[in-house]
Design a protein around this ligand. Structure first.
Ligand code: SF4
Ligand code: SF4
Length: 648
């Protein structure tokens, strides 16, 4: 039995924030969970999959976030409690359907969990999912600690059912991935049966068809939707998850939410300012409950709003304050607009300490610069030096090596439009600086499709796009369809490493297993591309010569969309891990070292961490601990010094 399904009420477990969210959903009787992998959200669906059989719930990794939201919505329309999970960039993908869903409303409790990444620790940007709650007019909840991550999640389902609309629950990396003790409530094993009622009158929230706006009749749904938001604000006035700690009349009122609540508490503790500073911790951050806000705004003349990235909370509080100014009198606000807190990156207790001590004129001696410098130095001495590079034996290194060299040989200034995934390193020297554009998932092929059509304006460079196998299903298929239909001459390279590798090998529609480990029909990428009308070739990227020849064949074709599938499992995938293709060695008598083609081609240019330069001997050697024996380096050595041997 998983610790997530411990049935003992009052049991205490150390849970990661993402697990606390799962436990909250289980206590609420969730029946369906869908999502798309992305740090820091991925553990939520993975945890559901581990308890799915025992709790009789359905979990899936969907093709992309919009589809995941649609799958979850179907469960809600059928009266089941359901959760949809994604990272902040995914809300952007799902937003098209989300806008319609917010309008049509929901039935069974439906919670959309968005895990934001302030500081972009594992993302390409610091996108703010909070903005979407306001944009699509749905309530926004933010847990302020790990216990609340569970309790607020359970409550979010009730709120969703009371309002008849989806509720956005926002976490951040430090809430999702840090851990804390959580006391369990009763565990529900839901038995709700799915039934979709559609035979009632239009707009009947219980038994009518569920539809978004009807052209020309938007008031019929937009007004009730806004009524739901007003109702949410009323409910939030008494929400037990909005809490205040501190003196009755603090010198400074800190208003905060999410992980910033933890930073603020720690800052006040360190400054020993508990007698002077109060914390209003909000769990319901949109819409703000006006009476509650008025009550606490009236307690202090100086207010510091502590939140990460954009001043979303700060601006809303100021709007509310402007409406109440005649009753509240003059106040001074501090936060991002005053420059006391930064508008980018993660916060931490030091930022809050600096802000509070400057506002209250508290002398605080932060850790001395020299101490901080020494600590950094020590950390760097004991930590392994890990540059940004592909793993040893990564098929993408071989793929980009061939693409780069083939384009150089071609001589027409061809370029590659890239995509999000571990192959973003194709933009860096470790990927031979091959990728020249990089945006969102699927956009490499969409952009390439556009470039391809510029031929009529004199553009004569070969246009190439790259994407991974998961991205192919997520967002690149429509871009390929466009390229085929528009007869855009591009070569799309699909780097098929057999899974959503960057986020932990979650399955996708091309996998033969689903998230529950059950057999699933694997969609054939090659057949799909052919069916779309593209010319398709398939190669093993470790076979450098065959890959180069196929690539040249395709880029030399003047017309239409071509697809080259480079298929080789990720070096860290379960099927390749702990297996070695070849026993590698370097013949020191043959190695040219400094005099080799590119002055140590293997270590300086090809750069697999499995080959190292032996300064003393003046030759390269294989690091047997790291080398996974893919054998590719043997093919790039101009002297033939690198040898492949049988694995004994
Ligand atoms: S192993 Fe080959 S590529 Fe590497 S330095 Fe020696 S000769 Fe050059
Ligand atoms: S065989 Fe060569 S390229 Fe492959 S992992 Fe080992 S050192 Fe790296």
């Amino acid at each position: 039995m998983s610790y997530l399904t411990d049935t003992r009420e009052g049991a205490v477990h150390l849970l990661m924030g993402n697990e606390a969210i799962v436990r909250g959903a289980l206590e609420a009787g969730i029946r369906v969970a869908a999502g798309y992998p992305g740090t820091p959200s991925s553990e939520i669906i993975e945890s559901f999959s581990k308890v799915a059989e025992q709790q009789d719930l359905y979990a899936e990794w969907s093709t992309n976030e919009k589809v995941a939201l649609e799958v979850s919505a179907a469960a809600s329309f059928a009266g089941l409690r359901t959760m949809c999970v994604m990272k902040q960039n995914g809300v952007n993908v799902a937003s098209d359907f989300l806008l319609h869903l917010a309008s049509s409303g929901t039935r069974g409790g439906m919670v959309l969990v968005a895990c934001d990444d302030p500081g972009a620790l594992s993302s390409v940007n610091e996108g703010e999912s909070r903005i979407f709650a306001r944009l699509v007019e749905i309530p926004l909840l933010e847990p302020g600690d790990f216990q609340e991550a569970k309790d607020l999640t359970r409550w979010a389902f009730e709120l969703s059912e009371e309002l008849g609309n989806v509720v956005l629950l926002r976490s951040v990396t430090r809430m999702s991935h840090a851990s804390g003790n959580v006391t369990y409530g009763p565990l529900v094993r839901a038995t709700t049966q799915a039934r979709f009622r559609y035979d009632g009158p239009l707009f009947d929230p219980e038994c009518g068809p569920v539809i978004s706006m009807i052209v020309g009749a938007s008031k019929l749904q937009h007004e009730p939707q806004q009524e739901k938001i007003r109702k949410a604000a009323l409910i939030f006035e008494d929400c037990p998850f909005n809490t205040y700690t501190g003196p009755e009349k603090p010198e400074l009122l800190v208003i905060t939410s999410s992980a910033c609540n933890l930073y603020s508490r720690e800052a006040i503790n360190i400054l020993q300012a508990g007698e002077r500073v109060g914390i209003l911790k909000l769990a319901t951050t949109w819409p703000l409950p006006p009476k509650l806000m008025q009550k606490y705004l009236s307690t202090a003349d100086r207010i510091l709003i502590v939140e990460e990235v954009l001043p979303v909370l700060e601006e809303q509080i100021k709007i509310l304050y402007a409406e109440m100014v005649s009753e509240l009198g003059a106040k001074t606000f501090f936060g991002k607009n005053s420059g006391h807190l930064p508008s980018t990156g993660e916060l931490n207790p030091d930022f809050v300490i600096t802000a509070i001590s400057s506002i209250l004129d508290i002398s605080y001696s932060p850790v001395s610069q020299s101490f901080a410098g020494q600590a950094r130095e020590l950390a760097s001495i004991s930590a392994a030096n890990r540059g940004l590079t592909f793993c040893p034996g990564c098929p993408h290194r071989a793929s980009f090596w061939t693409i780069h060299n083939a384009l150089e040989l071609d001589g027409r200034n061809g370029f590659v439009c890239g995509d999000i995934g571990c192959y973003v390193m194709g933009t860096l020297p470790s990927g031979f600086s091959t990728v020249k554009t990089l945006h969102s998932m699927g956009s490499g092929t969409g952009i390439a499709s556009g470039f391809g059509k510029l031929k009529q304006f004199g553009m004569d460079q070969p246009v190439i796009s790259v994407c991974g196998d998961s991205t192919f299903f997520h967002a690149a298929m429509p871009a390929l369809a466009n390229a085929v239909h528009q007869r855009s001459p591009l070569t799309m390279v699909i780097l098929d490493n057999s899974g959503t590798a960057m986020t932990g090998f979650q399955p996708h529609p091309g996998s033969s297993e689903n998230v529950l480990g059950e057999d699933a029909p694997a969609l054939d990428i090659e057949a799909i591309c052919r069916a779309m009308g593209a010319r398709v070739e398939i190669e093993d990227p470790f076979d450098l010569e065959a890959t180069r020849a196929a690539f040249h064949r395709l880029i030399e074709l003047e017309e239409g969309a071509k697809v080259l599938i480079l298929k080789q499992p990720c070096a860290l995938s379960p099927e390749r891990r702990y297996t070695k293709g070849f026993e590698m060695s370097i013949d020191e008598e043959v190695c040219l070292g400094e005099n080799c083609g590119c002055n140590r081609l293997c270590t300086r240019i090809f750069g697999c961490p499995g080959i190292i330069w032996d300064d003393k001997k003046g030759v390269s050697r294989i690091d047997e601990l790291i080398c996974v024996g893919c054998g590719v380096c043997a093919d790039i050595c101009p002297a033939g010094a690198i040898r492949k041997g049988e694995v004994s």
